[in-house]
Design a protein around this ligand. Structure first.
Ligand code: GLN
Length: 479
């Protein structure tokens, strides 16, 4: 099925043929139909409150204002702080926590006339690739309810795929918007590190992650990026740049595009993933794009262990703050040490505890050089290889080595779960932007393709992404 893209909805709203209120009601209809089966939201905002917000936007429009996301409905991942709704990061540890402030990205959405509809399900603290590791419940893939929607931003992707929102925010530390995008035939962009404020993002691994736009088309992702990107005085890691203007980028003239396909970005993927991507690249080549297959990123096979060492070390440090004092969840015991121990034992899930233990080990005296320091060096090597290549061409490859797994298929074995991230973690280690776009379907299941460019070349990725949509015809598809 096909559904209006956010850009088309916006046109309707600006032309007056669709009112934000009518639009919100349509979205709630989709939610009522799908949500009981998919379970993409942790918190769905009350319909009346959302309709009130729609009326507010309507009166802005009546006053002649044209905010860039007027009346568009946005779903926000539950690790992005909202003072009007609980923010749990998918963890029992944060149950009952309502932040006293909004994330900068949320403030910017509201200022742009967007209507926030709810907070979406995720793997606990964004640690996972399937959304099965949420402390609440797993989210199902609208294209096949027996399968996962990817993770950790699986709630956002699933909601987009059934039409429960026009746009969504996720976060991507090692693939968490791109993997769900690939599994749900939606689009996700991991921006250049520092392009989008992390203020108000519940941290997992600060040096790797970015709040990231998701939607049902490349242009919609661009529109959302333009609103949330740019320097934020509240986040000193943001770059000193203004908001992007990627939504005005047109599909690129194919003969000006040059793509490299390092074999490491596709080696080891399942035959249907491989053949779908190669077929798509052939079609791009037929359109005039230069595609080269003799490229190599020799250190890419080391990316997964390098990523997991760094991510877990940062996670262990970040998660030290959950001691039963700062946040509402606490398991009170007769003394302080026991209170901290019990709060952490009961508040965190198994996978989070596993990662804290591994992260602490990687930083410990006697192990630090062998693990953390070695990983930091590996990261530099990978980054240099990627930056060397993106100077010459856009890097293409698989998003996930496999089609969306069945629920339960991967979570029993952490290594099988981590292996899903083998191609996506590279962009996070290198700090470069990476776009995941639908590439095709296999047996009714969505498959994606990934593109990486040099830092701040989001516009180039949007131009290529739109060309890919033209070639596949998969713009604005919905389950
Ligand atoms: N699956 C990866 C991990 O668990 C990436 C998650 C993410 O990007 N937040 O670390």
């Amino acid at each position: 099925m096909r559904r209006a893209t956010a850009s088309a909805v916006l046109e309707g709203i600006f032309s007056g043929s669709l009112s934000p209120e009518e639009h919100v009601m349509e979205i709630y209809d989709n939610i009522k139909k799908w949500e009981p089966k998919v379970k993409g939201f942790i918190t769905l905002l009350d319909e009346e409150a959302v309709l009130r917000r729609a009326k507010e936007v309507e009166s802005l429009l009546k006053d002649g204002k044209r905010p860039p996301l007027a009346g568009l409905v946005v779903a926000v991942k539950d690790n992005i702080s909202t003072k009007f709704a609980p923010t749990t990061a998918g963890s029992r540890m944060l149950s009952g926590y309502v932040p006293p402030f909004n994330a900068t990205t949320v403030e910017r959405l509201l200022a742009a006339g967007a209507i926030i509809i709810g907070k979406t399900n995720m793997d606990e603290f964004a640690m996972g690739s399937t959304t099965e590791l949420s402390a609440f419940w797993p989210t199902h893939n609208p294209w096949d309810l027996e399968r996962v929607p990817g993770g950790s931003s699986g709630g956002s992707a699933a909601v987009l795929a059934y039409g429960g929102a026009d746009l969504a925010l996720g976060s991507d530390t090692g693939g968490s918007v791109r993997l769900p995008a690939a599994y749900t035939a939606t689009v996700g962009l991991k921006p250049t590190y520092g392009l989008v404020s992390r203020y108000g993002l519940i941290p997992y691994a600060n040096s790797l992650e970015q709040i990231s736009p998701m939607a049902r088309s490349v242009k919609d992702v661009a529109m959302l990026l333009d609103v949330v990107s740019g320097h934020d005085p509240f986040d000193a890691t943001t770059l000193n740049v203004g908001p992007t203007r990627t939504s005005s980028v047109a599909p690129e003239d194919p003969s000006k595009l040059s793509i490299c396909v390092p074999h490491e970005m596709i080696d080891g993927s399942d035959p249907p993933v491989r053949s779908t991507i190669l077929k798509l690249l052939d079609r791009l080549e037929a359109e005039g794009v230069k595609v080269s297959y003799d490229a190599s990123l020799p250190s890419a096979p080391d990316a997964l262990p390098v990523y997991y060492t760094i991510a877990l070390a940062e996670a262990a440090s970040n998660l030290a703050r959950y001691d039963g004092k700062l946040y509402p969840f606490v398991v009170l015991r007769p003394n302080y040490t026991e209170t901290v121990t019990s709060t952490r034992s009961e508040g965190f899930g198994r996978e989070v505890k596993r990662r804290i233990l591994l992260g602490v080990m990687a930083l410990s005296e006697g192990y630090r050089d062998e693990f953390y320091v070695a990983a930091a060096k590996g990261r530099r090597i990978i980054r240099d290889e990627v930056l060397g290549m993106t100077k010459k061409c856009i890097i293409a490859g698989a998003v996930s080595p496999a089609p969306p797994p069945r629920l339960g298929e991967r979570i029993s074995d952490p290594l099988k779960l981590y292996a899903l991230d083998v191609y996506t973690v590279i962009a996070n280690l290198a700090g470069v932007p990476s776009l995941a776009v639908p590439a095709g379907f296999y047996d009714g299941l969505p498959l994606g393709v990934q593109f990486m460019a040099s830092p701040l070349e989001e516009g180039k990725l949007m131009a290529l992404g739109q060309l890919v949509e033209d070639v596949t015809g998969l713009r604005g598809v919905m389950a």
